[in-house]
Design a binder for this molecule. Structure first.
Ligand code: GLN
Length: 282
């Protein structure tokens, strides 16, 4: 079978799946280790039975509802390829906005210390470290399985493994060992209301519940961050959080406006998605 024939067959097999065309290309390119150009230039090349079989297994997984990112085991985020599997949240493009904002801010600070809380795959903390060499980054993640993935990403993306990863629960910062005061505390915590988890798209339901469930009103983690964690922020420090739709204003209210200057930023779909707060100098 040629690549062109295989591609057409694959498209038919995923008929009805959202984003089928994109997913088919991603799966084929991964299975054949092809770049986009290889894919476009080799439509009449013969594909071995072994590769065709591998591709059909991957397509069957996609058909059963598994996100393409878990099938290929990796996903690109801010110019790096992160390993992902079912124990971590899939890095989202909007999270790049958060990283960009923080990276830009950190350029003005000498040897900054940064925390990424609920690190998951490590996409935020690792990206920030990669683009602000002088920073010290500490990532905290509760799930032992996610920590394995995060560690692999630290090793593969950062040349000297230069990020500290703590396996622990951010609800108990006092149990995380000695922590410094941070210039920036970043987090994309779980923020879905517990009662809404089951209404999510089926693909999202295959992501770890621990990475999604933000408690009854979805704001449990922000209350924790606004409470206990602000003790770990330097007097001139900044926090930068990602949140769900219609949460940003509520999160802003968790912070005393005399102490914090809070700004809300939008994502690519014009949704209030990020809450940034700078401590006002007294
Ligand atoms: N920090 C990771 C991300 O942004 C994981 C977030 C989470 O597990 N809630 O993708």
């Amino acid at each position: 079978m040629t690549l062109g024939e295989l591609y057409r067959k694959a498209l038919e097999s995923l008929d009805g799946i959202d984003g089928a065309e994109n997913d088919v290309r991603i799966i084929i390119k991964k299975a054949l280790s092809f770049s986009e150009t290889d894919f476009l230039m080799n439509k009449s090349s013969e594909i071995s039975d072994e590769k065709a079989e591998l591709i059909s297994e991957m397509l069957a997984k996609r058909l059963s509802g598994i996100p393409v990112q878990y099938i290929i085991g990796e996903w690109d985020f801010y110019g790096s390829t992160f390993k992902v599997n079912g124990s971590v949240l899939i890095p989202r493009p909007e999270t790049e906005i958060l990283c960009e904002y923080v990276i830009d801010y950190l350029k003005r600070i000498e040897s900054p210390i940064v925390a990424d809380l609920c690190a998951g795959s490590g996409c935020i903390g690792i990206t920030v470290k990669k683009y602000t060499e002088a920073s010290e980054v500490i990532l905290v993640e509760k799930s032992a399985d996610a920590v394995v993935v995060c560690r692999e990403n630290i090793v593969s993306i950062l040349s000297d493994n230069e990020a500290r990863l703590i396996n622990g629960d951010i609800f108990f910062p006092e149990d995380l060992g000695e922590l410094p005061l941070f210039d920036v505390i970043i987090s994309n915590p779980p923020y879905i209301k517990s009662s809404e988890i089951l209404t999510l798209q089926s693909e999202v339901l295959l992501e770890p519940r621990m990475a999604l469930d933000g408690g009854e009103d979805g704001l449990d983690f922000y209350r924790l961050l606004a409470g206990k964690w602000m003790k770990y922020l330097k007097p001139d420090g900044m926090f930068a959080f990602e949140c769900g739709e219609e949460q940003a204003e509520k999160i802003k209210l968790l912070f005393d406006e005399k102490e914090f200057d809070v700004t809300i930023l939008k994502d690519y779909s014009d949704i209030d998605r990020f809450v940034i707060g700078k401590r006002r100098k007294i």
